[in-house]
Design a protein around this ligand. Sequence first.
Ligand SMILES: *[C@@H]1O[C@H](CO)[C@@H](O)[C@H](O)[C@H]1NC(C)=O
Ligand SMILES: *[C@@H]1O[C@H](CO)[C@@H](O)[C@H](O)[C@H]1NC(C)=O
Ligand SMILES: *[C@@H]1O[C@H](CO)[C@@H](O)[C@H](O)[C@H]1NC(C)=O
Ligand SMILES: *[C@@H]1O[C@H](CO)[C@@H](O)[C@H](O)[C@H]1NC(C)=O
Ligand SMILES: *[C@@H]1O[C@H](CO)[C@@H](O)[C@H](O)[C@H]1NC(C)=O
Length: 405
Amino acid sequence: MKTLSTIPATLTLLLPFAASQSNLTAHLPNEYTYLLPRPFNNTFTQPFVDTNISDPTASTQLSQARTSSFISYSDEFDTILGPDPQVRLIAESPHPFAFEGGVWIPPLNQIWFTAFLNPPPGYITILDIRTSTTFRPNLTGPAANIPINPNGAYYFNGLVYLTSFGNPTTSPSIVSIDPHTYATHEVLNSFFGLPLNGPDDVTIARSRTTGQPCLFYSDFFFAVEGLAGTWPGPQELPNAVYRFTSADESLQMAISPLDVQTPNGLAVNRDNTLLYVSDGPDSAVFGQPYNSTSGTPGLYVFDLGGVDGCTPMNKRLLSIARQGFVNGIKIDDFGRIWGTEYEGVVVRSQTGKVLGVFNVVDIVGTDGPDVATGANFALAKDELFILGFQKIYAVKLGKAVKTWY
Ligand SMILES: *[C@@H]1O[C@H](CO)[C@@H](O)[C@H](O)[C@H]1NC(C)=O
Ligand SMILES: *[C@@H]1O[C@H](CO)[C@@H](O)[C@H](O)[C@H]1NC(C)=O
Ligand SMILES: *[C@@H]1O[C@H](CO)[C@@H](O)[C@H](O)[C@H]1NC(C)=O
Ligand SMILES: *[C@@H]1O[C@H](CO)[C@@H](O)[C@H](O)[C@H]1NC(C)=O
Ligand SMILES: *[C@@H]1O[C@H](CO)[C@@H](O)[C@H](O)[C@H]1NC(C)=O
């Protein structure tokens, strides 16, 4: 369904998807997710809809799904889409500007996102939702030059929290940015003198016990993934989820690598009772064959409890990614878990069941500069913003799904 007309680079515009709306959604029998007519074959480095299958009905349904923007397995996903879902290309750049971050700033109705790090350096871009224009902020204040190669972002209590992978002269960091003035302050950069490995994602809970904020970040040594220009190490800390509580100024490892080997995406639910964490092992990221030590692309959930109300406990494995791993997790108003896997933005129920997929292979195409076609996304009320490297697509949903931050 790649029928969009060619658009001059750097122009930001509103363009309806030039396709029959009735063909945007493919409905696949949920049974296909666990029981297929034989014979069939596939590999974990290819999407489910690429499954080779002899049965003519299943073969036709899967190949139609492959070229559909939305793949639905449930009535609930149809309700999310509404009767007339729209996909629009809303911004484009000759550079892969739309990779990570993907946070909605409600008072300004903006999306903040960060660029792919090849070529370095990365940078922040802001999308004004109302006008569909994009611009780059000029950071000010004492830490304006600290967030080099920025990556994950979260909005909390009036500030944008941003992670950065650093460069050979500036080690990784987490900063806060006032989205009105761009005044930037460093929040944390070390553990008793040891530099961070590479904070990938950040999220903040408000403890139900103390009322105080608890900042969680996933730290993993990004330089091993082979992109030039980030903090080269050597790695001084285990890859882990860390927690910073500003009330008592305490930075602690909160989830050890024995629980989640290579933590990546992080999200807290609206009630501050649950912390979701994804694992992004090399096998899943780069499609290397799985074996007994290669890890699992797991999506885990922890209760937030303990005396501080912010201790991750009672780990449960909710699901695994079918292809790739779960990136950019967001929890919607209804407790559903949204995440970018290599097949697209996958929406799961609270029990991990896949309700449907925003099919990035069709919406964005397959020619991204990275192993995945899409990396992250943002949710703002009834709109989904898919970050597809050089392109950003907006999908108008049937109803508001995310109204808080
Ligand atoms: C919709 O999909 C069907 C099945 O692939 C195809 O026959 C039909 O031509 C498509 N309609 C439009 C308007 O693209
Ligand atoms: C489908 O089968 C063909 C022929 O054997 C093979 O080349 C291809 O890799 C298979 N596709 C998948 C997704 O396994
Ligand atoms: C996979 O399926 C395709 C198409 O049905 C078939 O041609 C191929 O031989 C199969 N490959 C394997 C390894 O079974
Ligand atoms: C940032 O600074 C550049 C160069 O002075 C300027 O062109 C741009 O408009 C500024 N951006 C914002 C958001 O003010
Ligand atoms: C297991 O997989 C990991 C990750 O791909 C790889 O580094 C390692 O060499 C593999 N081990 C064996 C025994 O194949």
